[in-house]
Design a protein around this ligand. Structure first.
Ligand code: HAM
Length: 426
């Protein structure tokens, strides 16, 4: 019997890899523009790192971690997220000594034993960003703005939801009010909520059960229980987002699945992926560095799920929104093929994603191939064009075409055509 990949673990095949490279390349470019530096941390960590940071009573720690004893009997866990590991490294290497505010990002696989479905895997990849050392609300807006810019540069449509979870001063009061509210509804909630009402009451607000959601319409809102410091903080975050013209909705039911958050939380939501609506999410975690044995330093960050970004880009491509190559050369006959060969190489050298049919098939089948390659432009060189020393450049989007002269100076010709195609696609 053939051995197959594990359930929830996915091979990334060549026709998908382009999306991954586009996402990672765009993300790195934006993160560097915002002053972030990359950090690479191990996939395996001591189990207690995640139990202490994510929270003992969360789904992740209770039932989703890949935990096992190594050959010496030590309990190890394959990281379910990036934040805890990055903070462990930050503390271990005393990085705060280098810079008062550290901006770090990491890219890589994470592991959660969840029920696999579209956009939800057991091995998935995150682009994960952390800023350590400042509690300024404008920083929250800056971090959200960076995530927003990345999504925009990828051409993806999402909505932004924000909330404040308060701080250790005001949240306990809200929690008491919520527990009392839930107590009055005891026996009317789903099994998960009945359990969580004792173990992790805030999480009930996130329940997807329609009956529970009906009950929670009347639930108290954290936003009515913020202390003056948290209210002011959240006010500045909202004001700064407005200043940057980033549209947001307030969702006071957003509680997040990890316990380390306080104050600002946010999610980037899509309705194009069914139940897996969060493309990215994050928030502030001011006590976490200290909780992990480090100095008293505030922090904020977010992570984006790369599989979900890939799915959205693929959907867009299926709808014909994003060309996956710049140019396809349709050269008819041996003489045209010979002429096109250095042109193809020249255009690739000057920066185009270009391809051609090397078998020299009929025009009809080459145009079909250009369609399959989802090329933005096609350059057609047939017998007639050859004798007139021209080629036809067809814009595959609006079907407009023009005649252009064949190259005399190949390099200059390729540079000019590359510039023309790149600007016409922008
Ligand atoms: P999270 O909400 O657990 O937050 O995950 C962030 C993103 O990772 C989600 O919005 C989703 O896109 C993706 N993701 C999560 N689980 C899966 C899965 N099973 N399959 C596919 N994609 C998934 C965190 O992990 C925090 N560490 C984020 C953060 C960084 N907060 C502060 N700094």
């Amino acid at each position: 019997m053939n051995i197959k990949a594990l359930k929830g673990f996915k091979d990334i095949l060549p026709d998908e890899v382009g999306f991954w490279q586009l996402i990672e390349g765009t993300a790195r470019d934006i993160f560097h523009r915002f002053g972030f530096a990359e950090i690479k941390v191990p996939i395996l960590e001591k189990t207690e790192l995640f139990a202490r940071s994510i929270g003992e009573a969360t789904d992740i720690v209770e039932k989703e971690m890949y935990t096992f004893a190594d050959r010496n009997g030590k309990s190890l866990t394959m990281r379910p997220e990036g934040t805890a590991a990055v903070l462990r490294a930050f503390i271990e290497h005393n990085l705060q000594a280098k810079q008062p505010v550290q901006k770090l990002y990491t890219v890589g696989p994470m592991f959660r034993h969840e029920r696999p479905q579209k956009g939800r895997l057991r091995q998935f990849h995150q682009l994960s960003c952390e800023v350590l050392g400042s509690d300024r609300p404008r920083l929250d807006a800056e971090v959200i703005a960076m995530a927003w810019l990345l999504i925009n540069e990828l051409g993806i449509k999402v909505s932004l939801e924000i909330n404040s979870l308060g701080c250790p001063d005001c949240r306990p009061l809200f929690k008491d009010t919520l527990v009392e509210f839930l107590h009055q509804r005891a026996g009317k909630l789903c099994d998960d909520c009945e359990r969580r009402r004792h173990t992790n009451p805030l999480r009930v607000l996130d329940c997807k059960n329609a009956h529970c959601q009906e009950q929670y319409v009347a639930a108290p809102s954290i936003l009515d229980h913020l202390c003056s410091g948290c209210e002011e903080h959240f006010g500045t975050v909202k004001e700064s987002l407005t200043q940057l013209e980033i549209p947001y909705q307030i969702n006071s039911f957003m509680v997040r699945g990890l316990d380390y958050y306080n104050r600002t939380t946010f999610e980037l939501i899509t309705d194009a992926l069914g139940a897996q609506s969060a493309v990215g999410a994050g928030g502030r975690y001011d006590g976490l560095v200290e909780q992990l044995g480090g100095p008293k330093l505030p922090g904020i960050g977010f992570a984006m799920g790369m599989e979900r970004l890939v799915l959205l880009l693929q959907q867009q491509e299926e709808q014909g929104n994003t060309p996956s190559s710049d140019l396809f050369i349709a050269a008819l006959g041996e003489e045209a093929q010979k002429l096109a060969f250095p042109i193809l190489h020249g255009l690739r050298k000057t920066g185009l994603r270009a391809g051609m049919d090397v078998e020299g098939r009929s025009l009809k089948s080459q145009m079909k191939q250009a369609g399959r390659a989802n090329a933005a432009f096609t350059l057609i060189i047939g017998e007639e064009e050859l004798s007139n020393k021209v080629a036809i450049l067809r814009n595959m989007g609006n079907r407009e075409q023009e005649e252009i002269s064949l190259p005399v100076d190949l390099l200059q010709w390729c540079t000019e055509l590359t510039a023309k195609i790149t600007t016409n696609q922008c």
